[in-house]
Design a protein around this ligand. Structure first.
Ligand code: FES
Ligand code: FES
Length: 159
């Protein structure tokens, strides 16, 4: 076991882990952050998505030592129940979930996407979200939520 320092949601944490332990396990089991979820564990579904320096990554296949110098943001870092972030609020407003298992990864991925593409077309949203799987078939509402989030963050319309 190594002692590793990682930054998550604006705070520094020192964790004990093997260098190749998946970041997902450290977030959930050591830091008690359950926003990132275990879906496939094989980089195929996106349920475990977090941001590393603003880029969406799959924490189930990312060794914790690989992000030691990056700022990690989980769903918990995007807002709170009292003050949800723009994408979180848009998912709520558009009821963009059924079972909700994929939702956290979708929100984190969409937030990273919108930071780089603040005024996306519907096709761009669909392309960006294609690698994120929803077994309930909520994709239509997810796309609507992302469009709404982009609109709510447009200059002059920020909440
Ligand atoms: S749990 Fe990481 S991609 Fe499915
Ligand atoms: S809402 Fe159930 S997996 Fe997406």
């Amino acid at each position: 076991m190594a002692k590793l320092a990682i930054r998550v949601n604006g705070k520094r944490h020192v964790v004990k882990a093997e260098r190749d332990t998946p970041l997902l396990y450290v977030l959930r089991n050591e830091l008690d952050l359950h926003g990132p979820r275990f879906g496939c564990g094989l980089s195929q579904c996106g349920a475990c998505t977090v941001q590393a320096d603003g880029k969406a990554i799959r924490s189930c296949v990312t060794p914790v030592s690989g992000v030691a110098h990056q700022e990690i943001t989980t769903l918990e870092g995007l807002g709170t129940p009292e003050e949800p972030g723009a994408v979180q609020q848009a998912f709520i407003d558009n009821q963009a979930a059924q079972c909700g298992y994929c939702t956290n990864g979708m929100i984190v991925a969409a937030d990273a996407f919108l930071a780089r593409h603040p005024d996306p077309t519907e096709d761009e949203i669909k392309r960006a979200m294609t690698p994120y799987l929803c077994r309930c078939g909520t994709h239509f509402r997810i796309v609507e939520a992302i469009k709404a989030a982009a609109k709510s963050q447009a200059p002059g319309e920020r909440r």
